[in-house]
Design a binder for this molecule. Structure first.
Ligand code: DP6
Length: 344
């Protein structure tokens, strides 16, 4: 057992925390998909998404002055080598822009209230939370004009869209002069009614193929140019749908974007597919529901899980009907939301 003077000595060695920040950040679901990138995390096409409310990553960051740069990461209370590596390489990128970040040690504790790597974009909420903490830290060091969306983007492209809400555009588009490849900007929801998202969990296992791998396959994809043109066109259609409260137009674009994303995966040089038989069953059910007059549309990110987009006022009824048909599948009800929140 350590003696009293030894304990005193050890305590005097403890790093002194000079900055502390805790942020919660939601994922977002893309209506027009980001798929393919160039340069330093810039998208080959503009994307548009809805920020969620209830699903969240919560991240606590404690910073102490240190002669050597270092990071330690606890994910859900445990050390996670994969996340530590990704976060370390994120810091290496940020240090090129903000060299002062290398003079500190960072203790990061992060947790999700939903399963990670399942196509519910945990990298989006994760880097939105961490990027925001770092943004607040840089501001505390006197840096001005920090864009938290830009910091988040350097960790994960889709994270740039989780900083604010409810609808965000990332990537240069003719629709908005201020749109940018570097950060996401909010889009006015126009006359559109409030929207809900029923997230159907089909597979909770981590994906076998990362989004990064999928993005890189777009570099030489035979349909790359057609894809970029479609994305630009679809951004304009979604904007029109929002302006005119045309949920049917919005739904048609959302589904076509999801199908195009997965078709691009299947037609890449190294073909792969992430949808499972249950994903297809749910897609068929959505079509049946529409034939019966229900306003519900599906979308998918890079995974087997499926998001059912509804008007918020219809969400409960549609969720109940879903449960009657697919009692074995877990669902999470979410809704459009406003982005990050600083807790401390
Ligand atoms: C299919 O943002 O996860 O969800 O920038 O490599 O971290 P990285 O990729 P990521 O890609 C998301 C792709 C998508 C579509 C979207 O969210 O727009």
């Amino acid at each position: 057992m350590a003696t009293a003077p030894e304990i005193e000595f050890l305590q005097s060695m403890k790093p002194i925390v000079i900055f502390e920040c805790e942020v919660s950040a939601p994922p977002n679901i893309a209506f027009v998909k980001y798929w393919g990138k160039f340069g330093e995390q810039k998208p080959i096409n503009p994307s548009l998404s809805m920020t969620l409310t209830y699903a969240k990553t919560q991240t606590l960051m404690k910073v102490s002055k240190s002669d050597v740069f270092g990071v330690d990461v606890l994910f859900e209370g445990e050390r996670h080598l994969g996340f530590k590596k990704r976060i370390e390489s994120y810091f290496q990128t940020l240090i090129r822009y903000y060299p002062e970040l290398s003079e500190y040690h960072y203790h990061i504790e992060t947790s999700n209230n939903f399963a990670h790597s399942t196509g519910i974009a945990s990298s989006a909420s994760g880097f939105a939370a961490l990027g925001s903490c770092l943004g607040y830290f840089l501001e505390s060091l006197g840096r001005e004009n920090i864009s938290k969306s830009e910091l988040a983007r350097l960790g994960s492209g889709s994270a740039s869209r989780s900083i604010m809400g409810p609808f965000m555009i990332w990537g240069t588009t003719t629709l908005k002069g201020e749109s940018s490849d570097l950060e996401a900007i909010p889009m006015n929801p126009g006359a559109m009614e409030e929207l809900g998202d029923i997230i159907v969990i089909i597979n909770e296992e981590p994906k076998e193929i990362s989004s990064s791998m999928g993005h890189s396959l777009m570099e030489s994809h035979p349909y790359k140019n057609a894809r970029i043109q479609n994305a630009h066109r679809n951004i304009l259609k979604v904007y029109k749908a929002f302006r005119d409260n045309d949920f049917e137009l919005l739904g048609n674009v959302i589904e076509s974007e999801a199908l195009e994303l997965h078709a691009l995966m299947m037609t890449s040089a190294t073909p792969f597919w992430l949808i499972l038989p249950e994903t297809l069953s749910v897609m068929n059910w959505v079509k049946e529901m529409r034939a019966k007059g229900e306003a519900v549309y599906f979308t998918l990110d890079a995974g087997a899980n499926i998001h059912l987009i509804t008007k918020l006022k219809d969400q409960r009824v549609i969720a109940e009907k879903f449960k009657e048909r697919f009692s074995e599948l877990k669902i999470l009800l979410d809704r459009q939301g406003l982005g990050i929140e600083r807790i401390r």
